[in-house]
Ligand binder design. Sequence first.
Ligand code: FAD
Length: 334
Amino acid sequence: MDINAYKGVWVFAEQREGVLQKVSLELLGKGRELAETLGVSVTAVLLGDQVKDLAQELIYFGADEVLLAEDAMLKLYSTEPYTKVFSRLVKERKPEIVLFGATALGRDLAPRVSARVHTGLTADCTSLDIDEETKNLLQTRPAFGGNIMATIICPDFRPQMSTVRPGVMIKLERDESRQGEIITCPTDLEPADMNVEIIEVVKETKEKINIEDASVLVSGGRGLSNKENFVILDGLAKQLKGIVSGSRAVVDAGWIERDRQVGQTGKTVRPGLYVACGISGAIQHLAGMEESDYIVAINKNASAPIFDVADLGIIGDVNKIVPALEEALKQAKL
Ligand code: FAD
């Protein structure tokens, strides 16, 4: 393989029902940074049906170029047609880096594309950089249960492919003065490429909690002792106009739903304020929240590791401090 024939950074522009997923915009931000270091351009790859309007948005968020492939068979995500179109574009146009969001859809598509184009894939990267000397992509992700960070390279094959979880990278400001080119690509799909029939799409009716988008998170851990005590966080969250989240310990204990878990195997969050209540600060938890703007930690153990990342630490019983904080906030608003 002549790896020098591969140029440019690609981002898979994931859309669902014509709505661009936030992670794709975040990856365009990171893609721009990598592309500028390499002196190449950033391409967004947009697959769907009647999604042309989104192409301009991708340019406003940092793409130099958008490869647009529209087809009725790409309207709803289905593994085979998406893999076929994406893999063919990679083979024809030879990008050096391809980034996907580590969403349910991205996690399905990325490994299939990497297998078809015969290259490697690093899943769930938490940082991406360029090696100054070799120009290889440095793909960093937690390994061995999060106890070490491993930096993975793909020196002999191209493209270098990674998935990145939502909330890890930072999107650029939308800028309508950004210019770019929209290139329409044929899909060449045939009916035989659709090997599944989507009969009906049934959406989960439960209201979806998106802790990644919250500007304030009140997060609870095992220090709250039980499910009954855990509800005291609701009052504080309400006063702070925030959302309740938690550590894996409380999710495993069934005190809150899994979609509210912060950490390596949960969500990566970056709120303006993160209040950690009775959370020890295990490395796997810190991996998901240490980039928060302001961290308040409440813990009865002064040497709990959560205090190492906290901007403000309160040593004491969470069951007393949380209601007292809530009351103080109520009084302050009177
Ligand atoms: P504990 O570690 O039990 O801490 C409870 C804390 O509460 C202690 O610091 C204690 O001093 C304090 N406390 C007790 N009583 C009180 C009180 N009355 N007042 C104030 N403080 C009190 N964890 C995650 O959170 N997210 C993940 O995504 C995640 N992924 C993982 C992936 C792997 C592969 C592995 C191996 C582990 C993962 N974990 C994850 C688990 C992680 O290692 C910890 O076990 C977990 O974060 C601990 O949760 P905790 O802080 O709530 O509980």
